[in-house]
Design a protein around this ligand. Structure first.
Ligand code: RIB
Ligand code: CA
Length: 310
């Protein structure tokens, strides 16, 4: 099988790390060319450090290129309530030996797009880096097989009643990306909630191995919001695009036309999803997971595989 060449554009972030761990478990399918970081869940220096610490803890190297520290137009709006003050509260992590490369995220994306026949961008954060890359080098759009992103919603929100964080945080960048013509796979809030992971599975990770212990400590913190409300499972949002690349058979896709609200007083970052206009579709929306049990079994299995490989 030909390996898919991927770049993570991310703001780690508990669920970003779960996505990366699952991809690291399958180098035969996914070749990680590198990581670009961006201001999102927290400022870019914090999320970059989090990523470097986790890669160090896993004994993995990797190219980490630092990107923008603010959205294109709006001010940053960090989310300590969801991810803690560090952006990755919960686990105890080592001082990083992995260090960012001396190249801006957007330059790194450019270099990778020029060098490789096709790349996939796995976008797990506000779309600032990607928007600037596409605007600066539109001729390289054809080198992008797809942008598979976590963001948006059909009818819900986690920042505003109708807006999801990654789109809300930089709606101007999202508009540029969604209107770029590059193929987009969209994992929205609804599919992430459908694929939520039972807390019993998170609890059972403890003591299974070094990787599972780390995942346990990360997910314990990330699931506090739902545990405090007696909800028995939690969404691991950013994992969905990676699971879709590894197991597309688990998902039903829907071609949709998606537009971004940038100006609305009550709707900043709202994604207007039209599933009745397949003719003008700019997005393949992951509309439904056919086997959530299998999804979560693969999630746990991938952590086990990674543990055996480090
Ligand atoms: O809305 C969920 C998104 O925002 C995820 O990418 C998560 O990491 C959070 O920061
Ligand atoms: Ca994220």
């Amino acid at each position: 099988m030909e390996k898919r060449k991927i770049i993570f554009d991310c703001d780690p972030g508990h669920d970003d790390i779960m996505a990366i761990m699952n991809a690291l478990a399958h180098p035969e399918q996914l070749e990680i060319l590198g990581y670009t970081t961006v201001c999102g869940n927290n400022y870019v220096d914090k999320v970059t450090r989090n990523l470097c610490q986790v890669l160090t803890a896993l004994g993995k190297d990797g190219k980490v290129a630092v990107g923008y520290d603010a959205p294109l137009v709006l001010d940053p709006d960090p989310q300590p309530a969801a991810h803690g003050e560090s952006g990755l509260d919960g686990p105890t992590l080592p001082e990083p030996t992995v260090q960012p490369i001396n190249q801006h995220a957007v330059e790194f994306l450019h270099e990778m797009a020029v060098k490789h026949e096709k790349i996939t961008i796995v976008a797990l954060a506000p779309l600032t880096n990607i928007a600037v890359f596409l605007k600066t080098w539109p001729e390289l759009k054809e080198k992008i097989e797809c942008i598979t992103l976590m963001g948006g919603s059909r009818s819900s929100g986690n920042i505003l009643p109708r807006a999801e964080f990654n789109i809300y945080e930089d709606p101007h960048a999202a508009k540029l990306v969604f209107e770029s013509g590059v193929p987009i796979v969209m994992s929205d809030i609804e599919i992430c909630l459908e694929c939520a992971t039972p807390h019993t599975m998170i609890d059972a990770l403890k003591g299974q191995g070094k990787v599972q212990d780390l995942a346990h400590d990360i997910l314990q913190f990330f699931s506090l919001y739902n545990r405090r409300r007696n909800v028995p499972q939690s969404p691991v949002f950013d994992l969905v695009p990676v699971m879709h690349m590894l197991h597309p058979e688990l998902f039903v896709e829907k071609p949709c036309k998606v537009q971004i609200e940038t100006a609305g007083k009550y709707t900043q970052g709202m994604t207007i999803v039209d599933d009745a206009d397949a003719e003008h579709a700019n997005v393949r929306l992951l509309g439904h997971c056919v086997d959530v049990e299998a999804y979560n079994a693969y999630f746990m299995e991938n952590l086990k595989i990674l543990n055996e490989r480090i």
